[in-house]
Design a protein. Structure first.
Lengths: 488, 250
């Protein structure tokens, strides 16, 4: 039997300091105004050296250490770190328990781990790459593994539980002052001494709670893990101390986010298919945008470029107070190109170019044309291009050229015209693009549609040739003439 | 030494060395080798000129190998053939199972009789004037994903076209050389200095063209091709003057 416990010491503080390189190694204390007003919840190692400890009033802490940085606790960032810890744990085994904030217990029964020290060090390194300082303990029982993790530096494998417990204080597993006092009076200082007491005597003298602690001390506690199945959520959150006014710090943090998320995705053998960016603003609103990634990837540069393109030159009405980036994971594409296929060489770059084109010409002016669901002349709509080759388009035969006549070059909008009629046919045209005597004409072509709707329309069209001035399409709607376009 | 083995390695040629069995190089050959070495050292990043042509399906163009890739082609002529050519080129892209982009400077494209399979492979960018169209072309050329890019400037007024600086076209030449796209610009008159291929399209259609099959119209398109790469065009003012004469005569 084998269990591993992953432990993040000073969990809340680590969550806040993950992206604060400027505060690494400096005295920092975390204050939770919601739980204990003005009191220190967690303090960094440097702060402890100055005599700053948990439970101390923030004013007292500041008095002890003038350079102390007081930071508010961030539940959101703690949630993200909790998720990361679970992700890493889930990558080790499907049996994972969320034991406590910053603590996961992993069921490794049945796992073949030849070199446990190296394996543990790798896990700690993976968390280190995500800017988390972790400790790992491995033992035959879950509680023993946690006890080992708490004292690990950073990996501790318990092979002989009694020898391991012999040097541990009882206070390490029990917080009951009553029990600690009694054991102290009995002269029992460590877990080894406590475990040597007969279990039946402990039960009769100290009660069932003490038996549980005895079982832990003796390495005989066998509890069932409460397995969790966390949702696949690749997200990073950062709450700024002050509102952000320029793009640079935002981009800096975004790159860090993407690097972290990319690492996490790669750890799960996944890639990002969508990115969701949210910038909560100081006025309570939020600037949110969803990016679909044309070719799902975990490449940092590609993902960063998509966000950079979106944010570059964008001006927000209010300043952001936080940054949230989430990625939707997908399986990597393993598609073999077909022999006659001419797929896009870099779909992500193409997606970025489309975004730039949309910014330049307007999002409703870039796309793949599709005829509208109407017979109204010139009606079209633009769809988001999907230049992915599929079987149907690859095998589709080229549609035969069955068109008649010349294609029309449309004027958008049509030009108003004055048209003189002779025997009910256009005889001369006067308009901005074309004027002259009509030397020949085809028509009228009478069109109508949507008569069942308020948007009903009706038109009469003529194809005319102006003497020496080309051919045009005229249209009459409600008595008004327009030049719809020219033929070329 | 086997028959296939080179007489000299490149380093030996560059150094002017010779093997006892080989015929000594002439001083001119050594100079050429030196020159090549110097050029290679001075311009290491210079990409090798790309070859390749985009087949259009138009007999008169494909007879001259097609539209050159990694180069700028100018199709010029007054209104009369532009839309027909755009439709033909979009069909050619579909036939080649590739994609194409149409940058529509005058928002005039109306080719829904192309059929949905062809349109599915077309990226249509509706631009508001020449300046925006040129910027869009720049983005698509630099993107390097699409093998055929059409920039339609034909319906735009002359005043807008005159505002496009000549340096824009020089930049497009450079950018096109880096990629592999056939970049086709449709203009009302010759205006792209140094275009690799200029095609003068001039067909005066009469009203009876409106009842003729499209295929027959495409086959009877009158196209004059001036390919600098083939040594047929002379470029520069003489070329423009000759082309102008041709267009006026048409």
């Amino acid at each position: 039997m084998l269990f591993a416990a992953l432990f993040l010491p000073r969990f809340s503080l680590q969550a806040v300091l993950r992206f604060r390189d400027d505060l690494r190694g400096k005295p920092v204390a975390l204050v939770d105004d919601a739980a204990s007003k003005g009191r220190v919840v967690e303090a960094s190692g440097a702060a402890r050296k100055w005599g700053v400890f948990e439970g101390m009033a923030s004013t007292q802490a500041m008095a002890r250490c003038a350079g102390l940085a007081l930071l508010p606790r961030s539940i959101e960032q703690e949630r993200v770190v909790e998720q990361i810890l679970l992700e890493i744990a889930m990558s080790l085994s499907p049996g994972v328990e969320r034991t406590a904030p910053g603590v996961c217990t992993v069921d490794l029964r049945g796992a073949q781990i030849p070199d446990r020290e190296r394996w543990g060090a790798d896990v700690v390194d993976r968390l280190g790459a995500l800017h988390l300082e972790a400790r790992l303990g491995m033992a035959g029982a879950p509680d023993l593994a946690l006890l080992a993790a708490r004292t690990a530096a950073p990996v501790l494998i318990v092979r002989d539980s009694l020898a391991f417990l012999a040097g541990r204080g009882v206070a390490e597993i029990s917080s009951s002052p009553e029990l600690l006092r009694i054991l102290h009076d009995w002269g029992i200082r460590d877990l080894g001494g406590f475990a040597r007491l007969p279990k039946s005597e402990v039960a009769s003298r100290l009660g069932p709670e003490a038996v549980k602690i005895w079982e832990q001390a003796a390495g005989k506690s066998e509890r069932l893990l409460k397995y969790v199945r966390p949702p696949e959520l690749f997200e990073e959150v950062f709450e700024f101390e002050h509102e952000i006014e320029t793009l640079e710090p935002l981009l800096f943090l975004l790159r860090r986010f993407i690097e972290q998320l990319s690492l996490r995705l790669q750890g799960a053998y996944r890639v990002a298919s969508e990115m969701s960016l949210a910038l909560p603003l100081e006025n309570g609103e939020s600037h949110a945008r969803l990016f679909t990634i044309p070719s799902p990837t975990a490449d940092v540069e590609t993902l960063f470029r998509i966000l950079h393109t979106h944010l570059d030159g964008r001006r927000l009405e209010h300043r952001p107070v936080a940054l949230r980036l989430a990625m939707k994971a997908a399986n990597p594409e393993n598609r073999q190109l077909q022999i006659f296929e001419n797929a896009l060489r870099d779909p992500n770059r193409f997606g970025e170019t489309l975004a730039r084109l949309a910014a330049l010409a307007g999002s409703d002016h870039v796309g793949t044309p599709q005829a509208g669901e109407t017979h109204r002349p010139g009606s079209y709509r633009l769809l988001a291009p999907s230049f992915e080759s599929d079987e149907s388009t690859l095998l589709a035969e080229e549609p035969p050229e069955r068109g008649i006549g010349l294609p029309l070059r449309r004027y958008r909008p049509p030009h108003p015209a004055k048209v003189a009629l002779e025997r009910s046919r256009p005889a001369s045209v006067f308009s901005q693009p074309a004027s002259g005597i009509v030397s020949g004409s085809f028509g009228p072509y009478r069109l109508s549609g949507e008569w069942w709707d308020a948007a009903t329309w009706e038109a009469e069209e003529w194809d005319v040739e102006l003497a020496g001035a080309g051919m045009y399409r005229l249209s009459r709607r409600g008595g008004e003439w327009t030049v719809e376009g020219c033929y070329d | 030494m086997t028959a296939d083995a080179p007489l000299y390695s490149l380093a030996e040629i560059a150094a002017g060395a010779s093997s006892p069995e080989a015929v000594p190089l002439s001083p001119q050959a050594v100079k050429v080798a030196d020159l090549r070495r110097i050029l290679q050292e001075k311009f290491p990043a210079r990409p090798a000129p790309k070859e390749g042509y985009f087949r259009t399906g138009l007999e008169s163009i494909d007879r001259e190998r097609g539209l050159p890739r990694a180069a700028v082609t100018e199709i010029c002529g007054s209104l009369g053939t532009g839309s027909l050519l755009i439709a033909a080129l979009a069909r050619a892209a579909h036939r080649a199972r590739s994609f194409c982009a149409l940058i529509d400077g005058g928002r005039s494209f109306d080719a829904f009789d192309l059929g949905q399979p062809v349109l599915k492979r077309l990226l249509w960018v509706l631009c508001d004037g020449a300046e925006q169209a040129v910027k869009a072309a720049d983005l698509l050329l630099r993107d390097g994903n699409l093998p055929l890019i059409l920039l339609d400037l034909q319906p735009l007024p002359a005043i807008q076209l005159r505002r496009i600086p000549a340096s824009t076209w020089h930049r497009f030449h450079r950018v096109a050389e880096q990629g592999n796209a056939a970049f086709v610009v449709l203009t009302p008159r010759p205006m792209i200095e140094g275009a690799r291929v200029r095609i003068a399209a001039e067909s005066r259609w009469r009203l009876d063209a409106m009842i003729a099959p499209r295929r027959a119209l495409i086959e009877t398109l009158e196209l004059k091709i001036f390919d600098r790469g083939m040594g047929k065009g002379i470029g520069g003012p003489e070329f423009v003057a000759a082309l102008d004469r041709h267009l006026k005569a048409g």
